[in-house]
Design a protein around this ligand. Structure first.
Ligand code: BTN
Length: 254
């Protein structure tokens, strides 16, 4: 992994104030949660995670030295109701960064997956930690950058930028692009201007207007994904009613 110094020199954004870089770590989100001196605008990045975590209690595996696995810690001064916009904006930032650095079309799948050619290229796990100074949000991102292959059980649903492009991508260039876009949307959200972010997210989504199945724990709902609310919930139209979905896994019905 590049050192903290390498990363800092590469960044063209002033957003990140503190950087922790590791060769190996259990999980950047787990470390973020356990930090005693947690600070706003911290980046934790590692070349390898041996206990990487995904959403809904799943594992996140990523080949050492090939991909991006990092967490951004922020302390947003916003009402709890709009905290759900942060994971959406992180997914959007990754999709935009991929488009800018790799010239590929990347789409957002609610709540915060990024797909290329219908396969997942990035997953985001957002968590919070409450301290005496207030609530910190940890946005953990795993981006498949240069991984050349995936295990059989994942190869139909996961891909990497290098698989799609047939060439390797500079991880620090991509990280920088993600942080630039995230800084932009973060500032908009904390200033109360989230409309443009939501519009851009919708412009990057292929699921609105389509039939979907949403799974949350043991509950499965099917309907049409019609829109997002101002705070980032998914609006599902089922027969004659509309339901706001706070979290869950979305599957497109083909
Ligand atoms: C998902 O799609 O289920 C979310 C995956 C999130 C993975 C990232 S990798 C960096 C950070 N640390 C973790 O343990 N998980 C997130």
């Amino acid at each position: 992994m590049p050192t903290e110094q390498d990363i800092r020199e590469h960044l063209t954004t002033n957003f990140i104030k503190k950087i922790y870089a590791f060769e190996t770590l259990d999980s950047t989100n787990t470390l973020a949660k356990s930090l005693k001196d947690i600070e706003h605008a911290t980046l934790i990045i590692t070349d390898e995670q041996f206990a990487g975590r995904g959403r809904q209690g799943r594992k996140w595996s990523s080949e050492k030295g090939k991909n991006l696995t990092f967490s951004i810690i922020v302390k947003p001064n916003v009402q709890r109701g709009i905290l759900g916009l942060l994971p959406l904006s992180a997914g959007l930032a990754v999709a935009e960064a991929i488009e800018a650095t790799a010239s590929l079309r990347a789409v957002c799948k609610w709540p915060n997956d990024v797909l290329i050619e219908n396969k997942k290229v990035c997953g985001i796990l957002c968590e919070t930690t409450s301290r005496k100074e207030g609530l910190f949000v940890i946005i953990g991102s795993g981006i498949n950058v240069n991984q050349a292959s995936f295990p059989d059980e994942l190869s139909n649903i996961a891909t990497s930028l290098s698989i799609v492009m047939n060439k390797e991508v500079d991880r620090l260039d991509l990280l920088n692009a993600v942080l630039e876009r995230f800084e932009h949307w973060y500032n908009e959200i904390v200033e109360g201007n989230s409309l443009q972010m939501l519009q851009q997210w919708k412009a990057h989504s292929t699921m609105l207007g389509k039939p979907i199945i949403v799974q949350e724990g043991n509950t499965t709902r099917s309907g049409v994904a019609v829109d997002l609310t101002e705070s980032g919930e998914l609006i599902l139209q089922t027969n004659s009613t509309t339901t706001k979905i706070l979290s869950g896994d979305v599957h497109l019905v083909h």
